[in-house]
Design a protein around this ligand. Structure first.
Ligand SMILES: Nc1ncnc2c1ncn2[C@@H]1O[C@H](COP(=O)(O)OP(=O)(O)OP(=O)(O)O)[C@@H](O)[C@H]1O
Length: 269
């Protein structure tokens, strides 16, 4: 009989051909003077996919998000969103086309209510203006968008609360709601669980898992346990360069990834 089963090295799983791409990056470079923070990154994200961008500190993850969303124009290369070359389009135009994101740093108005913050977020994505103080009220459609986004972020019952009375976790939920109010096709989450307690992480995990499947989600996340739970596919960067790509399972076993990312994470623990 056979002895112990032969152990084969875990080769990264090959992807099906991406037939319905939402986002395509072709050789994207972002340079700050002599420093290339993102070097020649190419990737394709298909409709409805959940994708994580991982990598050690300084790997270029946030800079890549900035190049996708228009905070930085790529120095070279191309960003195609839903078939449109948006490489030179402003962040505002990309939002109109259906991109939305959260930031690492909270950007909320503490003395306004959850609902008022939502109205401001909606105002930022709309060409039509309404005032919080004047007579122009949000339309039924605006209110429905706000309710839907608060519902997705499990914050509907806190609509009347002032932001300063929210827990930190609820503030992160509100940021997600504000990113969802424009009804994006692509949602980019920058470390959605950073700084959260274990109980708050469960809520954020649940929110991301419950998002509509036709919404494409890309997230930056350091915590591999969370990545394993939330995404279908992982791209790992290191020093601005592409290092590896694959299913969460294959990436967590990838020796190169363990060396540069998990190894460094352990060093910092
Ligand atoms: N506006 C900027 N001007 C100059 N250098 C920058 C700028 N933004 C980022 N960098 C540099 O680019 C590199 C990549 O930074 P980036 O923030 O994208 O990495 P990251 O992978 O998101 O890191 P972290 O996990 O620490 O947030 C770093 O060396 C950083 O110092």
């Amino acid at each position: 009989m056979h002895g112990e089963a032969t152990r084969l090295p875990t080769a990264p799983k090959k992807r099906d051909k991406v037939s319905d791409p939402v986002l395509i990056l072709d050789n994207v470079v972002v340079a700050f003077g002599a420093l290339k923070a993102v070097k020649d990154i190419s990737l394709t994200v298909k409709s409805g996919e959940r994708r994580a961008i991982i990598g050690p500190n300084g790997a270029g993850k946030t800079t890549l998000f900035n190049a996708i969303t228009g905070v930085h124009m790529p120095t070279s290369g191309r960003v195609t969103f839903n078939g449109v070359d948006v490489s030179r389009k402003s962040a505002h135009v990309r939002t109109r086309l259906g991109m939305s994101r959260t930031f690492q740093i909270t950007n909320l108005f503490p003395t306004l209510t959850v609902s008022q913050n939502m109205q401001l977020a909606l105002m930022g994505t709309s060409s039509r203006k309404f005032s919080l103080l004047g007579s122009a009220e949000p339309t039924d459609d605006d209110q429905e968008r706000i309710d839907d986004a608060l519902g997705l972020s499990k914050l509907r019952e806190r609509a009347g609360a002032e932001v300063r009375d929210l827990s930190y976790g609820e503030q992160r939920q509100l940021e997600m709601a504000m990113a969802l109010v424009s009804k994006p096709k692509l949602l980019l989450l920058d470390e959605p669980a950073a700084g959260l307690s274990p109980a708050e992480r469960v809520i954020v995990t649940d929110i991301v898992q419950s998002l509509p499947r036709d919404l494409t989600v890309i997230l930056i996340e350091h915590d591999m346990d969370l990545v394993l739970k939330l995404v279908d596919w992982v791209t790992c960067l290191n020093n601005g360069e592409f290092l590896a790509e694959g299913s969460p399972d294959s990436i967590s076993k990838d020796q190169k990834v363990q060396d540069v990312y998990l190894g460094k994470a352990r060093d910092h623990a």
